[in-house]
Design a protein around this ligand. Structure first.
Ligand code: GLN
Length: 492
């Protein structure tokens, strides 16, 4: 059995039937990480001994016939989720010495299900970025071409899954950080409806937008992981209590009559020709599967990036005020009085992009500017959300590109923040409206780099979105393609 290219459902069955052991499975992935991650930099922390100890416990449970869907399956976690006893850095020097004293809600849920922690994945500092180049731990490389970015901020999770260093990985999405790196790395990623996955223990960036989700090769894998991740948690004030749903329930149903809405704004200028071509071809595939295409409009789309870059920094400036060097995290070695300690600690602990966001956020919240920027952005946020409401009166799912281009070169956009921000032009509005969004592999563009098709659903339509993705993946095999990793792009 090829342990590295088997779906989660098949792996779980093999584990339950004791055809493989969890230790065997975890070892296969740990070996692959050991062999390849020095080239990708997808992981910040791996701790094989701990992982294998968890594997032994899972094997015991499995041998007693108490295995659940994810028992014995190793899962990598974005280093934004607090994991008790593990270094939890959020990609920042500020937390480079922070060993979490508790587990995030989702980590508790995975532990209860008997899943293993495979390691902690690299990410943009405090999840701010679209290329994984703001990480204190250095950039992640795209496994399809090591000269290219993997996307961000969950670049480590996306690259790890793409290179099959992990069968699935958790991630978070504030403005596109699951869908954009999934697209650029040729894997599937889902950001659920805001409030479905608890934010407890998920280090906060912009709390009204942050949402945990998952990256894996295929939609069926996503559904299985989501079944474990989703659930009410009283410790997150925006957690939604809903009856548990089986996200695999609809997967097998055909798509006849599905109405796909194509927002005019997502198909106009700004999308590169290779991405357009791949998206058109995937839409043709959907037509063959029985879907009908309808044009819709999201007239305030162009405002999503400016609105986001007022609201997200505003929330970040407040959330990141907690890093003061007092109780945990980085503290400057030398300082005078308390104020000097704060200033030096924050000057040393945060990287330039994080500082830029804190400055912008503090500015838009300050007296005299609050009404002009923050309040105004909140109003436009509502208009963006209303656009979707109207569009969903005419269609069941919205589709378009997840990213305007395929993966770009490392270093290409680092000196131009606005160009970098525009990488999320198609993903951000989904967070502003709190909707679920998915990116799935939809072919290859220039340089043989993956293209991602974005699927957007109405609130709580995850099951439907996953069905729409899965049916496409039954008819295509883009999600099964694995980078050879010999096109290194490295000069010796
Ligand atoms: N790229 C966007 C940003 O830098 C989105 C990041 C995210 O979703 N965490 O804020």
């Amino acid at each position: 059995m090829d342990l590295l290219n088997t779906s989660l459902r098949q792996l779980a069955a093999a584990l339950r039937e004791r055809r493989i052991s969890s230790r065997e499975l975890a070892s296969a992935y740990l070996d692959r990480i050991d062999g390849l991650d020095s080239r990708l930099n997808a992981f910040i922390t791996v701790d094989p001994e701990r992982t294998l100890k968890q594997a032994d416990l899972a094997d015991e449970r499995l041998s007693q016939g108490r295995g659940e869907a994810l028992t014995g399956i190793p899962i990598a976690h974005k280093d934004i989720f607090c994991t008790q006893g593990w270094l939890t850095t959020c990609g920042s020097k500020m937390l480079s010495n922070f060993v979490a004293p508790y587990d995030a809600h989702v980590i508790e849920k995975f532990a209860a299900a008997g899943a293993l922690i495979l390691g902690k994945t690299n990410m943009d500092e405090f999840a701010m970025g679209s290329s994984n180049e703001t990480s204190f731990y250095g950039p992640v490389k795209n496994p399809w071409d090591l000269r290219k970015v993997p996307g961000g901020s969950s670049g480590g999770s996306a690259a790890a899954v793409a290179a099959r260093l992990a069968p699935a990985a958790t991630a978070t999405d504030t403005g596109g950080s699951i869908r954009q790196p999934a697209a650029l790395c040729g894997v599937s990623g889902i950001k659920p409806t805001y409030g479905l996955v608890s934010r407890y223990g998920m280090i906060a960036y912009a709390s009204s937008l942050d949402q945990g989700g998952v990256i894996a090769p295929g939609a069926e894998d996503l559904a299985l992981v989501l079944n474990t991740m989703v659930g009410f948690d009283a410790r997150d004030a925006t957690s939604i209590g809903r009856p548990a749903e089986d996200y695999t329930a609809l997967l097998g149903q055909p798509l006849r009559g599905l109405r796909i809405g194509l927002p005019r704004e997502y198909f106009s200028t700004g999308v590169s020709a290779d991405v357009s071509r791949a998206i058109e071809e995937s839409l043709a595939e959907y037509k063959r599967l029985g879907a009908v295409l309808v044009e819709v409009t999201l007239p305030h789309s162009a405002l999503s990036v400016p609105v986001y870059y007022v609201l997200a920094p505003a929330e970040a400036s407040s959330n990141l005020a907690r890093y003061d060097g007092v109780r945990y995290g980085w503290r400057a070695a030398r300082y005078g009085d308390l104020t000097d300690m704060y200033e030096r600690t924050r000057a040393e602990g945060f990287g330039p992009e994080v500082k830029r966001r804190i400055l912008t956020g503090t500015y838009v919240l300050s007296r005299g500017y609050y009404d002009a920027y923050y309040l105004q952005a909140q109003r436009v946020r509502r208009l963006i959300s209303n656009d979707f409401k109207e569009a969903f009166a005419r269609c069941d799912v919205i589709m378009g590109p997840a990213s305007p281009t395929v993966a770009f070169n490392l270093g290409e956009k680092t000196s131009d923040p606005v160009q970098m921000y525009l990488s999320d032009i198609f993903t951000i509005s989904v967070n502003l409206a709190g909707l679920p969004g998915l990116s799935i592999p939809a072919g290859f563009g220039s340089g043989g780099l993956p293209v991602g098709l974005q699927l957007i659903g109405n609130h709580f339509n995850e099951g439907r979105l996953l069905q729409v993705a899965h049916q496409y993946q039954q008819a295509t095999d883009w999600h099964r393609r694995v980078p050879s990793l010999d096109r290194t792009g490295e000069t010796a």
